[in-house]
Write a protein that binds this ligand. Sequence first.
Ligand SMILES: [Zn+2]
Length: 339
Amino acid sequence: MLRVHQSSLQVLLGAATLEVPLSRVKWSERTRYGRRSAHLPDQAVLQCDDPVAWDAWRQAHGITDPAIVAIQQSWAWAIGFAIGLVLLLAAAYQWGLPALAKGMVAITPYSMDDKFGNLVLARIDEELVQPSEIPSAKQDAIRLAFEQALAVQKPTELTPWRLEFRKWKLGPNAFALPGGTVVLTDDMVDLVEGDTRVLVAVLGHELGHLHHRHGMRVLVTVSAIGVVTSVLWGDFSWALATVPTWLAKADYSRNAEREADAYALDVLNAAGIPPSAMVTLFDKLKAKREAESKKGRAKDKENGTRDKEGGADHWLAIAFSSHPGDAERIAFFQGGARK
Ligand SMILES: [Zn+2]
């Protein structure tokens, strides 16, 4: 038998009485169902199989639950916490992650970029691209044009780079890998008919990504998301598989694209190339996109199907589902000539 007397709990066992100060009794958390218990000092435990009677008895003696129990059993609180958690995760994704990535990259030694970039290039060579079919003389001419465009920059401000050519079936593309490798696809060179001024604009943009180490930020971001999902799902393989594709698709944030564009503009201005060279690229990409989607629609009509892989936006890499709107960028380069 239990009795509350002043500030003590009395346990009556036949003729014997055990008395414990109420402050030293630990009551088990009230759950919706199940046995109730109270822990006394010296590891003694009282248990009761009738939760309704137990709860009523406690309430009658003014022994209340801690606030957390009331919160746990309230739908309003549960929904409130769920919404709060979603908002917290969204804020962490929107602001926390970019800040974390920037900070992490700032303290990462540059030699890591090199190692990581080489790994990614090996993976891309294995899975995404084939050797280029651009004659080496033409490749060298493009390299030289970019070198000359950069020759007027202060050497101390130059980011190391190395230009590679590859063929890939997804169309015109250019991307930069951490450590300094810039890849131009054959279709990109063909699209602009080898016009080196346009290619310098493209390469300037990619060098901007390298200068700001955007690729490393993607790595940190993907890793952080990967760690969270891996902890949730217990699978670490997808992060490794995702990074190369992500970089090849140049899936940076809009902000990163603006920084790369600003860098390209500086390169063009310093080299005396009209910034409208970049606008030429946008025009050609747009024309190609429209031609592709026309072709795609005709094909759909023919087959009565939709070809998802061949979608018009599929190959847009430098220009850009994630990139700031084309109109904004065109205006940026049109208005960007140095006064
Ligand atoms: Zn970009």
